[in-house]
Design a protein around this ligand. Structure first.
Ligand code: AMP
Ligand code: TRP
Length: 345
């Protein structure tokens, strides 16, 4: 990790990504995000952020927010993200995010924000009651990325529109001020976009906000919890098919096989061929063993870390120091560019 505004030349670029500390981390977060990030750390300079400023765009219980912030940090570390080689930090510990976000509030146009589908989804019917923060959420996300001049951003499908907006903001800032200050960050989507669906309903995404605990495997679930949830997972009466085409119209079977394939590092085709003709009871036993093998060490390490909050906090402090060292000079460059009188600090 360098403290300059460009990453070391041997690496492919600089990555920034973030997860909101809301609710429990689940298998979708692991397979769709954290595991991929862990694989990127050898090729990129990486900054991984826990975005608590984003979290409070909707109501968060303060005590629970603290717990969830440490849990996400523990999840990152337990999944193999090296906190020494990378910066692992909390968004609110690096003031430049919020400071740059204000500048971006003045760059982004209302028309751009009005097109954001996540705001429409999250605000629901009662838009008047949504927080102003929820509306400008994408400007803060652009600041998260651009305050490090990050070149690559690993995100799920659902965040691509926000990343487009970050590029539009970078471009407009550069054009308006006649500078080449910000790179246009690229999305990184590794392999086919992994979408883990609910264990109860194969047409819904596995999500922190699903009221049913049986809809998801949490990264902190122990072997008994995993076994119980897999046993209760919705299925259909037929044995597993012998081809991917045979999964047509069988969303739950497709989801369980997809999860199994991801956990065993196989393609869906390979997993289907391996399990062809099995009854769900046999397949579920195998899936449980596999999930326990993969998640077991992660959840044991997460538990260990959660029992030692001081260790987590020390990692986050070191991460914030590294992040601040990169972000502060970029913010200073922005302030100078827009014509803020140099302060006496
Ligand atoms: P969220 O839990 O919505 O804050 O998302 C955090 C990260 O996990 C994002 O990169 C999402 O794309 C990813 N993610 C969340 N849920 C799933 C899911 N069910 N399947 C795959 N990826 C997911
Ligand atoms: N909006 C992202 C999500 O809900 C989280 C996030 C905030 C993020 N800032 C980011 C992701 C910067 C990537 C880069 O998943």
């Amino acid at each position: 990790m360098t403290s300059g505004s460009t990453p070391p030349a041997a690496l492919k670029g600089r990555i920034l990504s973030g997860i909101q500390p809301t609710g429990n981390l689940h298998l979708g977060n692991y397979l769709g995000a954290i595991r991929n990030w862990s694989a990127l750390q050898k090729d990129y300079e990486c900054l991984f952020c826990i975005v608590d400023l984003h979290a409070i765009t909707v109501w968060q219980e303060p005590k629970e927010l603290i717990r969830a912030t440490r849990e996400v940090a523990a999840g990152y570390i337990a999944s193999g993200i090296d906190p020494v080689a990378n910066a692992l930090f909390v968004q609110s510990h690096v003031p430049a995010h919020a400071q740059l976000a204000w500048v971006f509030n003045c760059v982004a146009r209302l028309g751009w924000l009005n097109r954001m589908t996540q705001f429409k989804d999250k605000a629901g019917k009662n838009r008047e009651a949504a927080s102003a923060g929820l509306y400008v959420y994408p400007n803060l996300m652009a600041a998260d990325i651009l305050v490090y001049k990050a070149t690559h951003v690993p995100v799920g499908e659902d965040q691509k529109q926000h990343l487009e907006l970050a590029r539009d903001i970078a471009q407009k800032f550069n054009n308006d001020y006649g500078v080449n200050l910000f790179p246009l960050p690229e999305p990184v989507i590794r392999g086919p976009g992994m979408r883990v669906m609910s264990l109860r309903d194969g047409s819904k995404k596995m999500s922190k906000s699903d009221p049913s605990e049986f809809s998801r495997l949490n990264m902190t679930d122990d072997a008994d919890a995993i076994a119980g949830k897999v046993r209760k997972a919705t299925t259909d009466p037929n044995p597993l098919p012998d081809s991917v085409e045979g999964l047509e119209g069988r969303a739950e079977a497709a989801n369980l096989l997809n999860i199994y394939a991801a956990l065993t590092d196989q393609t869906l085709e390979q997993a289907v061929a391996e399990q062809a003709g099995q009854q769900f009871s046999q397949f579920k036993a195998k899936l449980t063993d596999t999930a326990v093998t993969v998640l077991g060490p992660i959840n044991a390490e997460m538990k260990r870390l959660m029992n030692d909050p001081a260790e987590i906090d020390a990692v986050l402090k070191r991460g914030a120091d590294k992040a601040n060292a990169i972000a502060e000079p970029v913010l200073a460059e922005v302030y100078q560019t827009v014509g803020f009188l140099p302060g006496i600090r």
